[in-house]
Design a protein around this ligand. Structure first.
Ligand code: ZN
Length: 356
């Protein structure tokens, strides 16, 4: 079968390769891949900056956001049948206490694997095989958008973590500021709206059409920060935020995000900031604000199966409320058009998806 592969750490090594079709064991299912989404990690892998081949292989099948249909079911598999539509999780556990308990997103050792990224082949192929533990069934109502379930689960985890942390007090959040309007920022904004929170979605641009429709449908207020920056946001919206989600990865946005929370507020850093930065922070003010306001700043990475399942529910709710709006974030390409991830840099598109 055909697969899109890369030689990890070699820039420009993306190519179509003929590899063996997976043969399932009795505890596995065979999934025919329908669509695969792309993100920033894929681009880094394509440019040779990141990625690790499975042991014994000199290449890696790429792709970690995929929707597919079960075509064959092993004899001991329970809970899945031929024809089921599924999305697979990405991370595969090491054997720390978190991994052993289904929380590989909280892995202590860092020795987990990730399909399509780190030590395990991904999904950008005609087929993959998997055990049921890492599969989530997709209902018909969200089949057209569930290729985005993996990034959608990242923000589900972040929001779950925010609410878990805030169980430290009586907490009725009403206002959230989300920095960044890439797919992660948009998903966070939608999920917070589904929880009844007023959301201000911030980036450095006029909103483009696909986003504008989403903002209007879900009642998200867009703020263009290109002129005034971020620190004036509480003044602009007339209050400080109970929740801030930083989804730009910009060092100055990371710094400024801390000052946007009000008393008892929580700031979740959700985007990886690469390289080094000389941004400075007034540590005396930071310490004072954190202590005197009971504030929290924390980071959140990856997601586990429970967050994919939360994502299924929220996607279904979003479709029920505003059918077809999330789907407008997707731009589809036939996989035969695939040359390099850099072809995907056009800024007005939110989620690029390859149809297998
Ligand atoms: Zn672990």
């Amino acid at each position: 079968m055909k697969a899109i592969t890369v030689v990890p750490k070699v820039n420009g090594s993306l190519m179509v390769r003929d590899i063996g079709k997976p043969q399932i064991s009795e505890n596995e299912v065979l999934v025919k891949v329908i669509e695969v989404g792309m993100d920033g990690t894929d681009k880094e892998i394509g440019r040779g900056l990141y990625g690790e081949a499975p042991a014994g292989s000199d290449f890696l099948v790429v792709g970690h956001e995929a929707i597919g249909t079960i075509e064959e079911v092993g004899s001991t598999v329970k809970g899945f049948k031929e024809g089921d539509t599924v999305v697979a999780t990405v991370r595969r556990p090491d054997d720390c206490i978190n991994c052993r308990n289904g929380e590989s997103d909280m892995c202590l050792t860092g020795n987990y694997k990730e399909r399509g990224i780190k030590g395990e082949h991904g999904y950008m192929a005609e087929y993959y095989k998997e055990v049921p533990d890492f599969l989530v069934r997709v209902p018909d109502s969200i089949k057209g958008i569930a290729v985005m379930l993996e990034p959608f689960s990242i923000t589900e985890k972040a929001i779950e973590q925010i609410f878990t942390l805030q169980k430290r007090m009586i907490w009725k959040p009403s206002t959230a500021i989300v920095l960044g309007t890439g797919s992660v920022g948009l998903f966070a904004a939608v999920q917070l709206r589904l929880r009844g929170i007023d959301v201000f979605s911030v980036d450095r641009s006029q909103s483009v059409d696909a986003k504008r429709e989403l903002f209007e449908s879900f009642g998200i207020e867009h703020i263009d920060s290109s002129k005034d920056g971020l620190t004036t946001l509480p003044k602009t919206i007339g209050k400080s935020a109970d929740i801030v989600i930083e989804a730009t990865g910009n060092p100055d946005a990371v710094r400024d995000s801390i000052g946007l929370t009000g008393i008892n507020g929580v700031d979740c850093l959700l985007s990886v900031t690469g390289g080094t930065s000389t941004e400075s922070l007034d540590m005396a003010k930071f310490g004072y604000d954190m202590v005197m306001g009971n504030r929290v700043v924390f980071g959140s990475v990856n997601s586990n199966k429970s967050h994919f399942e939360m994502g299924v529910k929220d996607m279904a709710k979003a479709e029920e409320l505003h059918k077809g709006i999330l789907g407008k974030l997707i731009t589809r390409f036939p996989v035969s058009a695939f040359k390099t991830y850099d072809m995907l840099n056009e800024k007005t598109r939110i989620k690029n998806v390859f149809v297998m």
